[in-house]
Design a protein around this ligand. Structure first.
Ligand SMILES: [Zn+2]
Length: 299
């Protein structure tokens, strides 16, 4: 008998595997969601490789949208449980046909937002929004975006919406830099009021700290940045700069994003079927560096 099709990480450092899992059954306070779109995040590539981040076996995938089974209700999934566990990391995620989540984690999707856009909103856009809020971005301030992937393009659109001044993108991949320019950003820049790190490259982050205006704020978002050494006096203290950590988002922010009427269509540059080969290919590419912004698994 066929259960539910899922793409699972069985072992770190190995390709994900397509398997049938038991049909998930919702208990009281939970809902069963038939998944229509699942974004593939750069974090999934880190999770697949690094046993210190996620235990195996695990179904990855934390950008999820679909329909509550037996209803017409379109919902996206807030990947954070109230106890802090994360869907697609500490509990099984969205690289599957169905998922059971607490009813409180099902965020209604307005009619004007597609499943694909709602899915990527749950991580890329929500994290970018949270980062801009943590930075206390003020109207007219300049924003530097390190890395123009799913988060970078979300940050660009949101910075505009929040009234930012000039937006500067730091991106080496020519195709992505070109798209950033087309959307009105300049490539590179100095005297940044706010800088957002979505790459995690030590040298680039150091350069960003030194490129901050006095009282400028750097928000660290990329999860792969570990050791970094800077001159505490010259680089931070003397200019009253701030270095801020950003992890996840709040549920209120997800609800706000749904009402913003953002057009994220340009952030989704590829769609793949829910097949292990296709998903592994995308994760391999994310590890090497890809010209794509966000890839979404669709049925
Ligand atoms: Zn993510």
């Amino acid at each position: 008998m066929r259960g539910v099709r899922a793409i699972r990480m069985i072992r770190h450092g190995a390709p994900l595997v397509e398997e049938d899992i038991a049909d998930p059954k919702p208990r009281a306070g939970e809902v069963l969601i038939e998944i229509r779109a699942a974004g593939i995040c750069h974090s999934d590539a880190h999770y697949r490789r690094d046993p210190t981040r996620v235990s195996a076996p695990r179904i990855l995938g934390h950008e999820i949208a679909g329909v509550i089974a037996g209803t017409q209700r379109r919902v996206a999934v807030d990947y954070l449980f109230d106890d802090g566990r994360m869907i697609g990391k500490e509990v099984d995620g969205g690289f599957a046909e169905k998922i059971v989540v607490p009813a409180a984690n099902a965020i209604p999707i307005p009619d004007n937002i597609s499943f694909e856009q709602a899915a990527i909103m749950m991580c890329s856009t929500a994290t970018a929004y949270h980062a801009l809020r943590l930075a206390l971005l003020q109207p007219g301030e300049s924003v530097g975006i390190l890395g123009f992937g799913g988060l970078g393009i979300s940050a660009l659109l949101l910075a505009r919406r929040l009234g930012a001044g000039a937006v500067h993108v730091f991106e080496e991949m020519p195709e992505k830099a070109e798209l950033a320019k087309k959307l009105g950003a300049t490539i590179g820049g100095e005297k940044l009021d706010v800088a957002l790190d979505f790459i995690g490259d030590t040298n680039l982050v150091l350069e960003a700290i030194r490129n901050l205006a006095p009282r400028g704020r750097l928000v660290l978002v990329a999860i792969n940045l570990r050791d970094i050494r800077f001159d505490a006096y010259a680089d931070v203290l003397a200019k009253e700069r701030h270095i801020i950590g950003c992890s996840d988002h709040t549920r209120e922010e997800l609800l706000e994003l749904m009402e913003m009427d953002l057009d994220l269509s340009c952030a989704i540059t590829r769609r793949v079927p829910r097949q292990a080969k296709a998903v592994n290919g995308v994760l391999d590419e994310l590890e090497r560096g890809t010209a794509h912004l966000r890839t979404v698994i669709v049925n």
